[in-house]
Design a protein around this ligand. Structure first.
Ligand code: NAP
Length: 256
């Protein structure tokens, strides 16, 4: 018996089998969930191929979280496969690596910052509201952050977008709590995914981790992060919302 037996989960943001969303979908299926995944644009065909590597090939939905038509159509697209959702994973971020990341903080242009905040922070609210008609008391929304309480090398405007995401999660927790819907984030350490490899200077961030994290850190292992996502999706955190759970080998708790 799994901790997600009978649950219906949408994982938004799966491109490759290195995607954190892919690992979340895999662990969720192993724990008994019926899973749907989504992605957008040209990568949709890649996602459809990658989906076959999951234990059960899930339906792949098209969802650009900045597209109002996609968001409006989401409930009906989901209902073609399941009659509601018990959990939603937001595993989505984007910031232009050429203008916003890798030491570009002082020159990052507003249009690109606005896009990063729209896709990486505001979209948690957009996704939650799009899914709201499918959710009921006991449902859980989980997103992914990279600790935004401090300034990091290279992360620059994505750090600002993550600070927005963390705040968005708290306000969503406030406004959806009365409906019995929980909203939490997992703060993962650096993992070698497509998004991470696009960050110029990611290695600098990454190189600090293994030495300082008391539990050590494997930047190729998405499973600990996926397990925490699934724990938050499960009924084992019934009174937890507005929380950020660190899955970083303990890095965040060390002073040096
Ligand atoms: P990933 O595999 O590149 O996943 C990011 C996903 O976001 C991709 O599927 C991407 O699609 C999708 N996306 C981008 N713009 C979108 C849009 N407008 N609408 C819908 N989907 C969109 O990288 P990941 O590392 O697993 O990232 C997942 C989450 O974990 C992100 O929030 C990331 O910031 C967070 N996180 C990552 C790390 C890390 O070190 N990797 C650490 C902490 C937190 P395309 O591939 O088609 O662009």
């Amino acid at each position: 018996m799994g901790i997600l037996d009978g649950k219906r989960i949408l994982v938004a943001g799966v491109t490759m089998d290195t995607s954190i969303g892919f690992a979340a979908a895999k662990v969720a299926q192993e724990q008994g969930a019926t899973v749907l995944i989504s992605n957008f644009g040209r990568a949709l065909n890649i996602t459809k191929r990658i989906a076959k590597r999951l234990p059960v090939t899930p339906p792949v939905l098209e969802l650009d979280v900045t597209d109002a038509d996609h968001l409006a159509a989401l409930p009906d697209a989901v209902r073609e496969h399941v009659d509601g959702l018990d959990g939603v994973v937001h595993s989505i971020a984007f910031g232009n690596p050429e203008t916003l990341l890798g030491g570009k903080f002082l020159t990052g242009p507003w249009d690109d910052v606005a896009q990063a905040v729209h896709i990486s922070a505001y979209s948690l609210k957009s996704l939650a509201i799009a899914c709201r008609p499918l959710l009921s008391a006991g449902s859980s929304l989980v997103g992914l952050t990279f600790d935004a309480t401090v300034a990091w090398p290279a992360y620059d405007w994505m750090g600002v977008a993550k600070a927005g995401l963390e705040s968005t999660a708290r306000y969503l927790a406030r406004d959806l709590g009365p409906e019995g819907i929980r909203v939490n984030l997992v703060s993962a350490g650096p993992l070698k995914t497509l998004a991470a490899k696009a960050i110029p200077g990611f290695e600098e961030l990454d190189s600090m981790w293994a030495g300082r994290a008391p539990l050590g850190w494997d930047n190729t292992d998405q499973i600990p992060t996926a397990k925490a996502i699934c724990a938050l999706l499960s009924d084992f955190f019934p009174a937890t919302t507005g929380e950020i759970v660190h899955v970083d080998g303990g890095y965040h708790a060390m002073g040096a």
